[in-house]
Design a protein around this ligand. Structure first.
Ligand code: ABL
Length: 539
């Protein structure tokens, strides 16, 4: 039977949208291509040290670093060539869960948002009501493994930074540092899965299906009549819409563009790839129905550069290597007993921000994240591996570089033009930020930079950084919101040239948010879905 609203994708955007739509009493279908994640959703990928519990890899915050060195990482989307989460919760089920309430600037006209989005604060307030943040996630209220915080905060304090509870003052992002804020609750990953999805599931007018991959929307000119999926149990795999029904794409910065391409919406080079594909070519609308929009352009992602240090006070936590198979017994036991201790937190231990003016008149922000351990070390120095820490330096709001994403002949979604440092000013500011950060290391006795070492300058280190490693997994902008002719969706998140197709996910965000973006994405979803509900002509 047909649905009033079909939401495609159960990530940060889709879960917020599906829950709010289901509140209206309309018939809502949520389709997720992946499977369950946390125990609550039916997930059962449980660490060998937690038998008999429903504490999956996705529930236990301290297992975050094991996402990157697992033998069977079934949660990554296999047809997207950067990290993307194909499971319930999307990225929010596998990320470090850093959860920041957006500052005013994230949704300002200056950031590319339509003027009508200007007063966005009430939507962030709604998000906060549903999903508060915490910077002390252990159930006993204590903070653990804080050596990295202590060392890095000493460095920052000597540069005029001050400590704040970051989410108490979202607009203060210059020379501030604080404890990481997370979306955890009760010592477990929470996010939209344990909040929005949980409430949607209680409503009889809400249905969801897992392992259901939406390939394209079924479209007759401007009118969408349903979505075509891989579901072989229904006719042609098509889930139909009611007559005034609507589809909301929430498949992410790579997934949503691909669905649009396969539906005949986007630049003609991408649509021709679809047309020439043996399978997908059978379902793309005829050329005279193609809708030419800049899908895949205007993409940004934070360029990030890792700096690795050692300090005698640091406990690098065995670089997180044994956490899945043979964790420190006392820490595992403590977590199992009371969801407290080291396993109740992801790896980050400190975050900081600093604003930079530049000769082009724009302000750009540097963000930093400090954690024990390191993903990779290149050094000519001898070093003590049990004392390593990493500071990741990101360039965030204000970046001007843009790239392009698209699909290849196999329909794998991938960056076509990397979005990092296409404007040399971005690189110049990040280099300046790194130099400033390192300028007075002497003030912290025992702190030693090992990557880069003294065989290279910071400028060369940044210039020679592997472009693939600049990726921060924070892609936004591939279905940019804005005005006709320049954007993919209008101020109500409706795809230009269609009557009833909408996008609510990271892809509509016009420029890089201030911080790790899942909070900004959920906040955008709150306003976006309210606009869809208020828009006339719907079910
Ligand atoms: C983020 O926002 C980034 O997207 C992640 O890349 C980052 O995690 C988390 N937050 C936490 O700061 C890092 C891991 O700590 C590394 O071990 C890993 O190699 C890297 O992601 C991969 O991108």
């Amino acid at each position: 039977s047909p649905y009033d609203y079909i939401v495609v994708g159960a990530g940060a955007g889709g879960l917020v949208a599906a829950d709010r739509l289901s509140e209206t009493g309309k018939k809502v279908l949520l389709l997720e291509r992946g499977g369950p994640s946390t125990g609550e959703t039916g997930g059962n990928y449980i660490a060998p040290w937690a038998p008999g519990t429903n504490l999956t890899k996705f529930d236990v915050p301290g297992l975050f670093e094991s996402m990157f060195n697992d033998g069977n990482p079934f949660w990554w989307c296999k047809d997207i060539n950067v990290f993307a989460g194909c499971l319930v919760g999307g990225g929010t089920s596998i990320n470090g869960a850093l959860y920041w309430l957006p500052p005013y600037s994230d949704f300002s006209p200056g950031a590319g948002w339509p003027n009508s989005w200007g007063n966005h604060a009430p939507w962030t307030e709604k998000l906060k009501q549903r999903l508060p943040s915490t910077d002390a996630p252990s159930t006993d209220g204590k903070r653990y493994l804080m050596q990295t915080f202590n060392v890095v905060s000493k460095l920052l304090s000597s540069q005029g930074y001050r400590q704040l509870t970051i989410n108490d003052a979202p607009d203060q992002k210059d020379h501030v540092f604080g404890y990481p804020a997370y979306n955890f609750q009760g010592g477990k990953r929470a996010g939209p899965v344990a909040t929005y999805f949980r409430s949607a599931k209680t409503r009889p007018n809400f249905t969801y299906k897992l392992y259901t991959n939406v390939l394209n929307v079924v479209r007759n000119g401007a009118q969408i009549t349903g979505v075509k999926t891989n579901d072989t149990s229904i006719v042609d795999g098509v889930y139909p819409l009611t007559q005034r029904g609507r589809v909301i794409l929430s498949a992410g910065s790579f997934g949503t563009p691909r669905i649009l391409f396969r539906s005949g919406i986007g630049p003609s080079d991408m649509l021709n790839i679809v047309k020439n594909h043996a399978e997908a070519g059978r379902f793309i609308p005829p050329d005279n129905q193609w809708i030419n929009l800049p899908v895949g352009y205007n993409v940004s992602d934070n360029p990030s550069i890792n700096l690795v240090f050692t300090h005698p006070d640091i406990d690098a936590y065995d670089n997180w290597a044994p956490i899945w198979n043979s964790p420190r017994p006392a820490d595992a036991a403590q977590y199992l007993k009371s969801q407290s201790g080291i396993f109740s937190q992801a790896s980050p231990r400190i975050n900081f921000w600093r604003a930079y003016g530049a000769p082009d008149g724009r302000t750009r922000w540097l963000q930093g994240t400090g954690r024990p351990g390191a993903a990779s070390i290149t050094t000519s120095y001898p070093y003590n591996a049990s004392q390593i820490l990493t500071i990741t330096t990101y360039l965030s709001s204000g970046i001007t570089s843009r790239g392009r994403i698209g699909i290849d002949a196999a329909l794998t979604a991938r960056p076509l033009i990397g979005p990092w440092f296409t404007d040399p000013m971005d690189k110049q500011v990040l280099i300046q930020g790194i130099n400033d950060l390192l300028s007075n290391m002497k003030n912290v006795s025992g702190l030693r930079l090992i990557t880069p070492d003294n065989t290279t300058t910071i400028t060369d280190y940044v210039n020679n950084y592997d472009p693939g490693s600049l990726n921060s997994n924070h892609w936004v902008g591939s279905c940019i919101i804005g005005t006709q002719g320049k954007a993919v969706v209008d101020e109500n998140t409706k795809v230009f040239g269609t009557n009833n197709l909408f996008v609510i996910d990271a892809s509509i965000i016009p420029s890089m948010p201030m911080s790790n973006p899942h909070g900004a994405i959920m906040s955008a979803a709150e306003q976006g879905v309210a606009r869809i509900i208020a828009l006339s002509g719907g079910p």
